[in-house]
Design a protein around this ligand. Structure first.
Ligand SMILES: Cc1cc2nc3c(=O)[nH]c(=O)nc-3n(C[C@H](O)[C@H](O)[C@H](O)COP(=O)(O)OP(=O)(O)OC[C@H]3O[C@@H](n4cnc5c(N)ncnc54)[C@H](O)[C@@H]3O)c2cc1C
Length: 148
């Protein structure tokens, strides 16, 4: 992820010259977005307000929830988007934004595949809060999922 800018007024021109995509924040959302943008031929720069990169993602430890994944299939776990949605909605005290939750539960499997394509294999499964089947994907090494 390259150069680190101290964000002074004069450096804005440098950014304009060298990058065509701005990503705000260096957590998993920002880093993945920047990698994907790069793979699509763009030149992203990530702007992070903290001294360290990683945000809350650094602290994520248990695993990543997803349903209808190849990993579940390989482990013989039969799951579906509807149960994932329902159990997450209940776990969130029914306060979740339902459209966002629906998008998340229908697309999380793609994220597990995307990570596997980038050699980050979440090939082990466990159960975490509120779920009726093994839906939390983590590395077989049990390494914390988000730490840099
Ligand atoms: C202790 C803990 C354990 C967790 N365990 C899990 C788990 O096991 N599984 C799981 O799926 N999730 C877990 N989570 C939740 C997970 O970490 C978050 O949902 C996820 O990291 C959010 O990623 P993000 O990239 O959206 O945000 P973040 O990782 O928080 O990144 C946001 C970044 O944006 C930066 N930023 C914000 N505003 C600005 C600005 N104006 N300018 C520049 N930079 C800015 C922040 O400094 C930060 O670096 C856990 C969270 C915590 C705190």
């Amino acid at each position: 992820m390259g150069d680190k800018f101290v964000f002074e007024p004069t450096s804005i021109e440098k950014l304009q010259d060298q990058y065509d995509t701005i990503v705000i924040g260096s957590g998993s959302t920002g880093l993945v977005s920047a990698i994907q943008a790069h793979e699509l031929g763009l030149k992203p720069v990530i702007l992070e307000k903290m001294e360290q990169i990683g945000g809350n993602t650094n602290r994520a430890s248990s695993g990543m929830n997803a349903a209808e994944t190849n990993v579940q299939f390989q482990h013989g776990v039969i799951d579906n988007f509807e149960d994932f949605y329902r159990e997450t909605y209940r776990g969130g005290g029914k306060l979740n934004d339902q459209d966002l939750l629906s998008y998340f539960t229908n697309h999380a499997a793609l994220a597990v595949d995307w990570l596997a394509d980038h050699n980050i294999k979440l090939d082990d499964l466990t159960i975490t809060g509120g779920m009726s089947k093994m839906r939390t994907h983590r590395p077989a090494t049990m390494a914390p999922i988000g730490a840099f």
